[in-house]
Design a protein around this ligand. Structure first.
Ligand SMILES: Nc1ncnc2c1ncn2[C@@H]1O[C@H](COP(=O)(O)OP(=O)(O)OP(=O)(O)O)[C@@H](O)[C@H]1O
Ligand SMILES: [Mg+2]
Length: 287
């Protein structure tokens, strides 16, 4: 028996007002410690699913559970949920509202009624984790987009959630900003935070995620990222292309230089190591 999911939806359905069902009869698990990427075309329901998982929306049917216990949507239940799951929305301008970075990041912990010293410690830790301690006193409206995104994530991190749910966190960041964010997320994961990320970037998902969930018109398909992100049929259904790493793995397997069970490259460095080890292109015999 595997552990019960940390956060789970069971038989969840949701539709906006007069609209069609966005989510229908969905079973969905967030497993502790597993980096999970959520992928699908525009309008496939990624944001809706994230809001259901973080309690911002309530399923019309089915239920949300934390460690197997149903979440109650009253004040106490939602406060408890928010210390477990924190959502960072895609647009930081929808999340930031306080005058300064420090004020914004301290809002959540203050709202929990924590003592001042504890709030200060958490804010310092979150600013540090996001590498924005130097921006603490800056007005949020004067920050760059990437700095606003980091501030929004810091606000969630200051709640010390067990699960951090990020809606397209790398969208709009330059390549260096994306790398720094991934490093930051690795640091949070090393400290025990489970991270879920919606993204359109299949290469990023293959590189970063343990598991991938594809939102397709016929339902959500979840599994180990290298397996799911190599399924051209599912990717097509989800409106996504094959990650280059999966394409390279298929090529290397067809050439007999990579066995079926050996992991494919996730990064250019992996590919370089494989090429060096196997003397790719020199007619050398493979593994
Ligand atoms: N507030 C809302 N009111 C009505 N319909 C909505 C609302 N938000 C989303 N929808 C609809 O729900 C469906 C799923 O939208 P959602 O935002 O969850 O998709 P998404 O996968 O996050 O898309 P994107 O990649 O563009 O961010 C879409 O058809 C959308 O038009
Ligand atoms: Mg969205």
């Amino acid at each position: 028996m595997s552990e019960p999911a940390l956060v789970a939806l069971r038989g969840a359905s949701f539709a906006y007002e007069d609209g069609p069902a966005v989510i229908g009869g969905l079973d969905f698990d967030i497993r502790e410690g597993r980096a999970l990427a959520l992928l699908g075309r525009n309008g496939s329901g990624k944001t809706t699913l994230m809001r259901l998982l973080s309690g911002g929306l309530k399923p019309h049917e089915g239920r949300l559970t934390v460690e197997g216990r149903p979440v109650s949507y009253d004040r106490t239940g939602l406060t408890r949920l928010r210390t477990t799951v924190q959502l960072v929305v895609q647009d930081p301008d929808d999340q930031l509202f306080a005058a300064s970075v420090e004020q914004d990041v301290s809002f959540g912990p203050l709202n929990l009624g924590l003592p001042d010293a504890e709030v200060r410690a958490r804010v310092a830790e979150a600013l540090d984790a996001l590498d924005i301690a130097a921006l603490a006193g800056r007005p949020t409206h004067l920050l760059s987009y990437g700095q606003r995104k980091r501030t929004a994530i810091a606000g969630a991190v200051a709640m010390r959630p067990r699960v951090l749910v990020l809606d397209e966190p790398t969208a709009g960041l330059d390549p260096d900003g994306q790398e720094r964010l991934l490093t930051t997320l690795d640091g949070l994961r090393a400290r025990g935070t489970t991270v879920v990320m919606a993204t359109h970037d299949v290469d990023l998902a293959l590189r970063w995620a343990d598991d991938a969930a594809l939102l397709t018109p016929t339902g959500v398909r979840t599994g180990p990222a290298p397996t799911v992100l190599a399924r051209t049929d599912l990717l097509r259904e989800a409106g996504l292309r094959l990650p280059w790493g999966a394409a390279a793995a298929a090529l290397l397997r067809a050439q007999g230089v990579l066995t079926e069970s050996a992991p494919g490259p996730r990064t250019p460095d992996d590919l370089a190591a494989l090429a060096a080890g196997l003397r790719l292109g020199t007619g050398g015999s493979g593994a």
